[in-house]
Design a protein around this ligand. Structure first.
Ligand SMILES: Cc1ncc(COP(=O)(O)O)c(C=O)c1O
Length: 405
C-alpha cells in the first residue's frame, strides 16, 4: 500500500472542519472492497460506520436504485406514499411492532423517539417527563440527543443541555430500580442494545428482560436505539431479539438504506399513536428513493441469508482475532456479536486508524481504546481471515511500541 502520509496543506479549505479526516479520498467500491483516488485498495471493515449493509455497488441494489431515481426521488409527505407503507409493513413484520415514522438519520429517529417519550408522559399527566439514559451512551449530535448521550466530550461547549434525563450505569438493575422508586416523572427508558460509540458494550439479555419488566410494571416506554446494532448486524434482524423481548419504540437508521440516508422509528401499540397530525414531520423523511433503498436492503438481506452470514462470519472473525491475540499483553478483550466487534486495548489507539488504512484495512477506533469492526454483512469467511491477517500483527506491533504519554 502506498497511501499518503498526513498532508501539510489543507486539502479541503471550504469544508467545515468537524471531522478528523485521514488523508485518503475514496473513489469507488465493490463488495467489501473500496479504492481510493490513488488506486489503493482497502478491505472495508467499517462499512461507512455500520451503514453499507450490502457492501458497495451490490448487483441487485444498484439497478433497483437506478430505476427508482429515473422514476421518482421525492415528492413530499402531502401525498399517500405506497413505498413508505411497503417498508413500514416489512419492518413491522420483522419486529412484531405496529407503526413506523420515517426520517433521514439516526439522530432524527432518536429525536422523534424522545418527542414520543415526552408526549407519552404529558398524555399521562406528567408535567415534566423524564427519560432514563445511560453512561457511555451515544444517541446523536442534535441538542436533545447529545444531552441523552453519556459522553462529556460530545456535550462540551453546547450547554445548556436539554433537561429531563436521568442517567444510570448499563447492566445495573438496582440502579434503575432505585430511580423507579424515587422518581415519579419517568416516562421512558432509552438505551442501545449494544453501545456502539461507547466501545461495543452489550446490554445483557438478563438486563434487557429486567428493564422490559420494570417498564411494564411502571407503565414506561422501553425505547431501544438500534441505529447501529439493528438490521441484521448481530445475526438477528434486531439485537434485542436475542433477549426475546419487544421494545415500545425502536429508532433505526444506518444499515437500513445500505448507504442511502434513512431513519425510522418503529413503534409498538403503546407508542404508535402518541404522535398525531401536526406533532412531528420532516421534508425528506420517507422519500421514494430512501424507501426503495430500505425495501431492497431488507429483501436482499433476507434472500441472501445475510443474518446467518453475520452470525457465522462474525463468529469466525472474533475467533480468529481471539486466537491471534491470545496472551498479547495490552489486549483487554475481544467482544461483540455477529459483525459488530470491539477489540479493547489498554491504551488509546487512535493511531491504528491510519496504520490499518496504510495496511489496506478500514476500521474505526471508538471510546479511545476500542478498535471497532462493523463490516458489510456480505463479508466472506475468506475476507474475515484477511481482516485478521492484517489487523492482528498491527495490534501486536502497536502494543510493543512505547505507549504515548
Ligand atoms: C446508537 C446510535 N444512535 C444514533 C446515532 C446517530 O446517528 P446519525 O449519525 O445518523 O445521526 C448513532 C451514530 O453513530 C449511533 O451509533
Amino acid at each position: 500500500m502506498n497511501a499518503p502520509d498526513r498532508p501539510i496543506a489543507d486539502p479541503e479549505p471550504h469544508v467545515m472542519h468537524t471531522y478528523g479526516r485521514l488523508p485518503m479520498a475514496m473513489s469507488h467500491g465493490r463488495g467489501c472492497w473500496v479504492w481510493d483516488t490513488e488506486g489503493n485498495k482497502y478491505l472495508d471493515g467499517l462499512a461507512g460506520i455500520a451503514v453499507n449493509t450490502l457492501g458497495h455497488a451490490h448487483p441487485r441494489l444498484v439497478p433497483a436504485l437506478q430505476e427508482q431515481v429515473a422514476k421518482l426521488i421525492h415528492c413530499s409527505n402531502y401525498y399517500a406514499a405506497p413505498l413508505q407503507e411497503t417498508l413500514a409493513a416489512k419492518l413491522c413484520e420483522l419486529s412484531g411492532l405496529t407503526r413506523v415514522f420515517f426520517c433521514n438519520s439516526g439522530l432524527e429517529a432518536n429525536e422523534a423517539a424522545l418527542k414520543i417519550a415526552r408526549k407519552f408522559g404529558h398524555d399521562k399527566g406528567i408535567d415534566a417527563p423524564e427519560v432514563i439514559v445511560y453512561e457511555r451512551a451515544f444517541h446523536g449530535r442534535s441538542l436533545a440527543t447529545l444531552s441523552a448521550t453519556g459522553n462529556p466530550k460530545v456535550q462540551a461547549g453546547f450547554g445548556p443541555l436539554v433537561q429531563g434525563f436521568v442517567r444510570v450505569p448499563l447492566n445495573d438493575v438496582d440502579a434503575i430500580e432505585a430511580v423507579a422508586k424515587t422518581n415519579a416523572n419517568v416516562a421512558a427508558v432509552f438505551l442501545e442494545v449494544i453501545q456502539g460509540e461507547g466501545g461495543i458494550h452489550p446490554a445483557t439479555v438478563d438486563y434487557l428482560r429486567a428493564v422490559r419488566r420494570i417498564c411494564d410494571e411502571r407503565g414506561w416506554l422501553l425505547m431501544l436505539d438500534e441505529v447501529q446494532c439493528g438490521i441484521g448486524r448481530t445475526g438477528k434482524w434486531f439485537a434485542h431479539q436475542w433477549a426475546d423481548i419487544h421494545p415500545d419504540v425502536m429508532p433505526l437508521a444506518k444499515g437500513l438504506g445500505s448507504g442511502v440516508p434513512i431513519g425510522a422509528v418503529v413503534c409498538g401499540p403503546r407508542a404508535a399513536k402518541v404522535l398525531q397530525p401536526g406533532n412531528h414531520g420532516t421534508t425528506f423523511g420517507g422519500n421514494a428513493l430512501a424507501m426503495r433503498a430500505g425495501i431492497e436492503t431488507l429483501r436482499i438481506v433476507e434472500e441472501e441469508r445475510l443474518l446467518e452470514n453475520a452470525t457465522t462470519v462474525g463468529a469466525a472473525l472474533r475467533a480468529g482475532l481471539a486466537r491471534e491475540l491470545a496472551g498479547v499483553a495490552g489486549v483487554v478483550e475481544v467482544r461483540g456479536r455477529g459483525l459488530m466487534i470491539g477489540i479493547e486495548l489498554n491504551r488509546p489507539c487512535g493511531d491504528l486508524l491510519l496504520q490499518a488504512a496504510k495496511a489496506g484495512l478500514l476500521l474505526s477506533v471508538t471510546a479511545d481504546r476500542v478498535i471497532r469492526l462493523v463490516p458489510p454483512l456480505i463479508l466472506t469467511l475468506d475476507e474475515a481471515e484477511q481482516v485478521v491477517a492484517i489487523l492482528a500483527p498491527l495490534i501486536r506491533s502497536f502494543l510493543q511500541s512505547p505507549a504515548q504519554p
